[in-house]
Design a protein. Structure first.
Length: 81
């Protein structure tokens, strides 16, 4: 409320590293990035390039992942019987 009262279009920031161990934040960030990469791989064709060096902010996040696509991608990437 205080930020909105000062400037209607303003925002407030919270320094997350002050809330917990920075190593935990780093691990959680890595987890989210890797899940995004996995879901991207599951949603694409088998021939789609997957480069681990691509920074997170450059990853195409416009992929769609429904159950059929997830199931087919899982069978393609892992041995599912």
């Amino acid at each position: 409320r205080a930020v909105k009262d000062t400037t209607p279009d303003g925002f407030a920031a919270i320094k997350l590293s002050g809330l917990c161990d920075p190593k935990l934040l780093e691990r959680m960030s890595t987890c989210l990035v890797e899940l995004t990469r996995l879901y991207g791989r599951l949603s694409k064709d088998a021939d789609a390039p997957t480069d681990q060096r691509t920074p997170y902010y450059c990853i195409d996040l416009s992929f769609q992942l429904d159950w059929d696509t997830y199931s087919a991608g899982t069978r393609r990437l892992f041995k599912v019987e």
